[in-house]
Design a protein around this ligand. Structure first.
Ligand SMILES: [Zn+2]
Ligand SMILES: [Zn+2]
Ligand SMILES: [Zn+2]
Length: 479
């Protein structure tokens, strides 16, 4: 069968799912580890093959790919669903006509197939169709273009993120050698300006945050985690009695970003799909499953609004380190609860939340989340959740937040910064506690050192237990 025929059939079936299909498959394209692995594998294979070809054809293939990519611009691609589908089919049939007319037109054919791939909602599937239907040389060219494309976007990430005005950059830092002499690098957060003690280096809002389950519905805002001092200024959710907001702005942000999906609605009975997740959160005092649900809803929501951002939420978090979480009965249950809570509202999400993705997201939270302390009362006692977060605060922690930039900070037992919540909501500020010079790496303490009473041994043990690294900070090393 011809490529365009197979694709036409597939498009026909997929189009039935309309909106859900667009959201789900676009997301899948960007975040499917299987697809990424395949790309990586294909990239390796294509590159290897390209090298061999290079020898034979004196770099003709690589040059073709470079040149072809240089001539293709993002604005050449249509934006609406219908136009994209039409464009895709046109490219496919032109590509076919070109390659059947002989090897002289393989380069041009490859460009068409590459363009079709750029707009097709499920590119991983289209790659598989290509593999079976187009000549090997053309396929190699297409894969070369695709991998260079992905590579370019990946490479560019740290040149545009974090934004310049945050006064920091993410850079690779040497981290010694492996047993067999290979250089090890890790990513760290570097100041791009000098800062005096007490100066705020930057502030950022979280991707997601959640209150400790025991604090929910009391006097803290469900959206920004701020303490609501005046009873009369409390805004209650219009449909449930489980959460409160500090302002109508927080209420409306929460609604558009996640609460409309997660609201337990008092009018519904106790067995409603959203209640399962809510009850589990309360019973186990665990908030990370709910944070993952919020993240997934935001991620899908992001697809429906054109924010103009080059990198989406998933692009931001996929680069972050994470703890490996071994699946247990608890995670299995959490995955089920998420599927139930979101499944009916977000088509395709049930397939999306597989075990691997869920565990990765949980591992990212466990490694990167910060304890958020917004309480105005330093002596307040909060029932701590069993889930870990980075925390060295004088004030009690009322919840946790997951931040794009601050996740890159590494630990030191003698850090040069501390975390502050200046406005008493979940916007995190990094404050210099030592003089910081441009080029210095920023460190923060991940664990409470109990006013310096912990020994090196104890600190290392605690860090290893929670974050699985052996602290090599100057304090630990000189001890
Ligand atoms: Zn608020
Ligand atoms: Zn509600
Ligand atoms: Zn240390």
């Amino acid at each position: 069968m011809k490529t365009s025929t197979i694709v036409a059939a597939t498009v026909g079936t997929l189009a039935v799912a309309t909106v859900g299909y667009a959201i789900y498959f676009d997301q899948k394209r960007r975040s499917d580890p299987e697809f990424r692995r395949k790309l990586k594998k294909e990239k390796k294979r294509a590159m290897k093959q390209m090298k061999e070809e290079e020898k034979k054809k004196t770099t003709k293939t690589a040059q073709t790919v470079e040149e072809a990519l240089a001539g293709i611009k993002e604005e050449d691609f249509p934006t609406s669903m219908e136009e994209r589908e039409k464009f895709c089919m046109e490219q496919l049939s032109t590509g076919e006509a070109l390659f059947t007319s002989g090897p002289d037109n393989y380069d041009m054919a490859a460009i068409c197939f590459y363009k079709a791939l750029k707009v097709y909602p499920a590119p991983a599937e289209l790659v598989m169709v290509y593999q079976k239907t187009i000549p090997q040389e053309v396929f190699t060219l297409v894969m070369g273009m695709l991998s260079m494309d992905v590579h370019k976007k990946q490479e560019k990430y740290y040149t545009v993120f974090p934004p310049k005005e945050m006064n920091v950059k993410v850079d690779e830092l040497p981290e010694g050698l492996t047993a067999d002499g290979q250089k090890v690098v890790r990513r760290g957060l570097i100041a791009t300006k000098d800062f005096a003690v007490g100066e705020t280096i930057y502030s950022e809002s979280p991707i997601i945050s959640s209150l400790e389950p025991s604090m929910e519905g009391g006097e803290f805002c469900h959206y920004c985690l701020k303490q609501i001092v005046e009873e009369e200024s409390k805004i209650r959710c219009g449909t449930c009695s489980k959460v409160v907001f500090c302002s109508t702005a927080c209420e409306s942000s929460a609604m558009t970003e996640f609460h409309a999906v997660l609201c337990t609605k008092d009018s519904e009975d106790a067995s409603s799909p959203e209640r399962g997740l809510y009850d589990y959160t309360k019973e186990t005092n665990n908030k990370y499953p709910e944070m993952i649900a919020k993240f997934l809803i935001r991620m899908v929501h992001e697809e429906t609004v054109n924010s103009g951002e080059e990198y989406n939420l998933f692009d931001h978090i996929e680069r972050l380190r994470f703890l490996e979480v071994r699946p247990s009965a608890a995670e299995e249950k959490e995955i089920e609860l998420l599927k139930t809570a979101l499944g009916s509202k977000i088509p395709g999400i049930e397939e999306f939340i597989n075990e691997e993705r869920y565990l990765t997201l949980k591992g990212k939270l466990l490694y990167n989340a910060y304890g958020v302390s917004t309480s105005l009362d330093a002596s307040r006692s909060v029932e701590p959740s069993p889930e870990q977060y980075r925390s060295v605060h004088d004030a009690p922690v009322v919840g946790a937040g997951f931040y794009r930039v601050s996740s890159y900070m590494s630990h030191s037992c003698d850090p040069n910064t501390k975390i502050a919540y200046h406005d008493h909501h979940n916007s995190l500020s990094v404050v210099a506690t030592k003089a910081v010079k441009a080029g210095d790496e920023l460190h923060v303490g991940f664990i409470d050192q109990k006013n310096g009473t912990l020994s090196t041994e104890e600190r290392r043990q605690e860090l290893f237990q929670h974050y699985r690294f052996k602290c090599m900070c100057p304090v630990c090393e000189t001890d």
